[in-house]
Design a protein around this ligand. Sequence first.
Ligand code: ATP
Ligand code: MG
Length: 644
Amino acid sequence: MTETRDVALPDTSELYYPDPALVEQSNVMAYARSKGFNSYDELYQWTISHREEFWADMASQLEWFKPWDKVLDDSNKPFYQWFVGGKTNIVYNAIDRHLKTWRKNKLALIWEGEDGSQRTYSYYQLNYEVSRIANVLKSMGVKKGDIVTIYMPRIPELMFSMLACAKIGAAHSVVYGGFSEAALADRLADAKSKVLITADGGYMRGKVVELKKIVNEALSRTPTVQTCLVFRHTNHGAPMEQGRDFWMHDLLGLPIANGHCPTEEMDAEDMLFILYTSGTTGKPKGVVHTHGGYMVGTYTTLKFVFDIKDEDRYWCAADPGWITGHSFIVYAPLINGATSFMYEGAPNYPYPDRWWSMVAKHGITILYTAPTAIRGLMRFGDLWPSRHDLSTLRLLGSVGEPINPEAWKWFYEKIGHGRCPIMDTWWQTETGHFMITPTPAVPLKPGSATRPFLGIEADVVHEDGSPCAPDEDGLLVIKNPWPGMMRTILNDPQRYVEGYWQKVPPYYAAGDSARKDKDGYIWVIGRLDDVIKVSGYRLGTAEVESALVSHPAVAEAAAIGLPHEVKGNAIHAFVILRAGYEPSHDLEEKLRAHVGHELGPIARPDSITFVTSLPKTRSGKIMRRVLRARALGLPEGDVSTLEE
Ligand code: ATP
Ligand code: MG
């Protein structure tokens, strides 16, 4: 696990200091001062020594029908419980609370369709739409504790439907709208949903994706579903089945679907939703989250990391169908009373400047996206962003994979014009909210998610739990419970215990490998499954890929290890070239030499294949296990989340 390395480590001395005015005016420093601290570090130390007090402080900024009796109950580890005895509903804090203030007239959501159409909703209207859908669900017999599956394109009704479920105490299980019929059927069966909410179709790159057709096929294999509620979006004549399928616009026209619906009182520990992990490393896990702790954790992390202010126009460009969307498109922005932007379609449709034109058009101040999107847009060159006024931006963000320093710098220079710090947030479906992340008060290092968030103790350790030396590779663990942590895996509590808590007891094992540098900055190397061992040396796929991406010809790269008689493993890389470069044997040699030069000869790939796409999860992560299986001629395993 921890051999010393003779490959070059990234230069970890390079620091980017945030603008002092930004630090001074940040939410996190305002909180620090209110606690009598002058620095972020002092505040962090206090949150570690007073963890429960810190989270209770945050929880008390929100509204509860009944306050909690105990902040943390750890009597049945690892089944931790938070805000025990408290009664609330996340929707009460996301919507109802704002209706009592001027924010009822504030925009909650600005939505732009791929065709350029636009819709906006104030908090007041949001409540109206959500309440009507909630009333329809109730009339269809949906009750507290049921799990409703949602399979929708990226339209406002996706968000409304999630909130409608939570409002009446039903849990939602959102299945990303790009998934296949088999993936949908598996998840419907696992959740035993009786009700499915969907739409006739969605748009992607100008074409209609016929969701309802996919739904019909999935439903032919999932007998539990009795009712299918269908929003009309593409209006292309979706096939409906009498008795089972209902048009939402018909139901929403009935008197029962009025704009008043009480928000159900929930126990802090009642289930809010289940969500399946991305499936990057194997069969997706149905992660369970609850109302109370998740509400407090997502609220706090967004407020302090993205520094949400009333004047902001915040855009998280993920899909609501994965955890980033659940936490940081739907729940946390609303709890913070923010104005969010949502875009339906592809980033490069009709041209590669679509995103930049929308930043300018809507005056976006915060843009939170993923390395895959950054690399994808970087590939088209600098001219596209340079044509647009991006001066409203003040903060940028990244999530999903380690961000290659080259992509970080492009994002920082060409999009943020050197003014906007990048919040590289490390977290997981399982963690619910940010765990390792800068705030505007933390100096940045490109490619590092920096340091644990307030109240979080993250570390890099050996298999026996002892801490690694600075720059030594090890296992990434979280040492203490946090409010938004998953509570279990649906139908498989044993997998929860064994998969996360028995690997490096008593810590939470994230399943990622990482390094911590001498400044305490954490560098996530990649999934443990993806680490390549060459001649006894451990290499992270991320470092080989970043070395490739740092060459001007390379837009994107994936590295895998394949068995090798002498070295144990040999590195094979797959490379997508930037616009203007052509594959050649000569270029392959140059790239191999480049990696050797950057990281040391041991890391030089044995071969490089030029490709035009890489297998990725629907959330945009490279599925190296699929590349490996294909190269070895083996079955590809669970590919329910593969996008191609
Ligand atoms: P599965 O668990 O099914 O294999 P997954 O791990 O991709 O899927 P997610 O919960 O969507 O499912 O992703 C969490 C993982 O994403 C982390 O464990 C980490 O490997 C990676 N990740 C997320 N954010 C970052 C980041 N900022 N830097 C580095 N890695 C990140
Ligand atoms: Mg995972």
